[in-house]
Design a protein around this ligand. Structure first.
Ligand SMILES: Nc1ncnc2[nH]cnc12
Ligand SMILES: [Mn+2]
Length: 561
């Protein structure tokens, strides 16, 4: 059945950089004609029609929603496509996990572009649930033309050293004419150039303008990231007026509570509010990702797929309608994409944990000297809005031969518990979560997704981990008063099988409970999920122990010197 309609609007042309009153004629899902209404200046009585927004790098799993539910929320804010690295589920279920995302996403009209994960497992220093080899990547490229790129090459030391396995994956992408995404936090100067010269074309990990400028000079494109944990917009947005042709917007990881409130449209609104040129901002938000990744997404030109949005004005970017292939998929804050059934898949070996499993004795080798030496904690410090951590050597609080948390110095216990095999938990100490009691636990622990937990005492820590084990994946809060909240994530221990708004509401309750325990972080569960991400310096915890992300080696959590 042919579907044809027309609408009048101030049409934004991101190629001629014009905003002109016109009638947009849509037939059979494509822009048949854009017919000028005669005036050259925008008509204030008309809304604005523009290409849809693209999130140029987002791990859909981090929303705790499956792709179909992510899409149902995102279209409300004018997002029509994402460039998505499924390495989260790839670390849990391998190629089968990637195919799960493709299959679920194909059931909704939203334009997902998934990549082939390049780093599964992220490092050899952790236990993942699966591996994705170069041979797997080749099959994904060969058999799935919809897989549009090689996803973030996080092994930046391997790139700088031209490691053969790394270079084989990059060559594969080049052979199949796919762009290669980067991940190079803090790389500058000659290292940034050497990283780019390996064939890597983007980075989304910049947290300082200087490193972004070095990567732009090396020919890379920079993704300005504003997510639930990493918020780099303020640090990078002033690069836009000069570098808008080489920038994109992304969220990387965005929890459902923030996705309900907005998406790329919020970044566009913030950039325009700073006085930046709206056509340059929209070039970043809409056109650049479509061209860089060669997405099958229309850019409001005659003949293009009818993927576009209608907004009230170019100040607030409140989205009236979102169209995908000419179908109305969201209107006035409501999604019109029907929910689809969610299949549950997982890889989770639940096992019992006890409070005693989390004890940290003074290193035995030095127990003789320990009597008169002051043990030192290698303390991780986390920061709100950042994925990087700092390291401090601080005197340990010792009770009965055990190193214990010290709430007066915001020194809490952090643990990573293997979810694939029964194994002793890794335990270290962390500052920044600010809990005054209880514990938080999560089976979303980038990127291997073992169980990560932070707590003020061993009993709370063990209980929070146990709740996640019993749910075979999820988020949990345990309070000193014995209250327990759990958000089950049955799909790979990463995603809910429930509708987006319900997951957002449940997540909001856990987030509030974590803050009621004293956490000053804007997104405690998102920050917790990054404390195991070894490829981002400087001190993180693997299920195999405390890891120095600069030296790329394990270190002791407690030392006696
Ligand atoms: N989910 C993720 N995995 C790896 N690196 C990241 N940087 C930010 N988010 C990330
Ligand atoms: Mn990422």
């Amino acid at each position: 059945m042919s579907t044809a309609f027309s609408l009048e609007a101030n049409v934004i042309d991101l190629f001629n950089n014009t905003i002109t009153p016109a009638t947009v004629h849509v037939t059979n899902g494509r822009i048949r004609q854009i017919e000028p209404l005669g005036a050259t200046a925008p008509n204030p009585a008309l809304p604005y029609a523009l290409p849809g927004f693209v999130d140029a790098h987002v791990h859909v799993e981090s929303s705790l929603l499956v792709p179909s539910e992510f899409a149902r929320l995102a279209v409300v804010h004018g997002t029509v496509a994402t460039v998505s690295d499924p390495h989260e589920i790839g670390n849990v279920l391998g190629v089968a996990g990637v195919k799960y995302m493709l299959a679920n996403a194909a059931q909704v009209p939203f334009k997902f572009c998934f990549g082939a994960p390049s780093c599964v497992p992220a490092t050899p220093f952790e236990t993942a649930g699966a591996e994705i080899t170069a041979a797997d990547i080749e099959l994904l490229f060969r058999d799935h033309p919809e897989i549009g790129y090689l996803a973030e090459m996080m092994n930046w030391p391997g790139v700088l050293n031209r490691d053969e396995v790394v270079m084989e994956k990059i060559r594969l992408a080049q052979r199949y004419d796919r762009p290669v995404d980067g991940h190079a936090p803090g790389l500058t100067g000659a290292d940034a150039l050497r990283y780019a010269e390996a064939g890597i074309s983007t980075d989304h990990e910049c947290f300082m303008a200087g490193e972004a400028l070095d990567k732009l000079a090396a020919g890379m494109k920079i993704l300005i990231r504003e997510g639930s944990a990493a918020r780099n917009f303020e640090a990078l947005i002033d690069l836009l007026p000069e570098h808008y042709e080489h920038l994109m917007f992304c969220s990387d990881d965005k929890h459902p509570d923030t996705l309900v409130l907005g998406h790329v449209n919020q970044l566009v609104q913030r950039a325009v509010a700073r006085g930046q040129n709206v056509l340059q901002v929209l070039r970043v938000a809409c056109r650049n990702p479509v061209e860089h990744y060669r997405l099958p997404v229309g850019l409001l030109r005659e003949g293009d797929p009818a993927d576009f949005i209608v907004v009230d004005d170019l100040v607030n970017f409140r989205v009236r309608q979102t169209y995908l292939d000419g179908k109305l998929v969201a209107e006035n804050g409501e999604t019109l994409i029907p929910a689809v059934p969610v299949e549950v898949v997982n890889n989770f070996t639940a096992h019992e944990v006890q409070a005693g499993d989390f004890q940290v004795p003074i290193p035995a080798a030095d127990s003789a000297s320990a009597n008169n030496q002051q043990p030192t904690i290698r303390l991780i410090e986390c920061f709100d809005g950042q994925l990087i951590t700092a390291r401090h050597d601080e005197p340990a609080l010792v009770e009965n031969g055990l190193v214990v948390p010290d709430l007066s110095r915001d020194i809490l216990k952090l643990t990573v518990v293997n979810r694939y095999h029964a194994a002793p938990p890794a335990v270290a100490f962390i500052r920044g979560f600010g809990l005054q009691g209880g514990a938080l636990a999560s089976s979303v622990g980038h990127d291997s997704h073992n169980i990560t937990a932070v707590g003020t005492d061993d009993a709370s820590l063990a209980r929070a981990v146990q709740l996640v084990m019993e749910a075979r994946g999820g988020l949990a809060v345990v309070t000193p008063a014995g209250e327990e909240l759990v958000l089950p994530l049955p799909v790979a221990g990463l995603m809910s099988d429930q509708p987006g708004p319900a997951v957002a509401a449940a997540y909001t309750a856990l987030d509030a409970a974590a803050k009621a325990l004293g956490s000053p972080l804007q997104a405690p569960f998102m920050t917790l999920s990054f404390m195991a991400l070894l490829v981002i310096p400087s001190l993180k915890l693997s299920d195999k122990g405390l890891f120095d992300g600069e030296a790329f080696r394990f270190v002791e959590a407690v030392a006696v010197n």
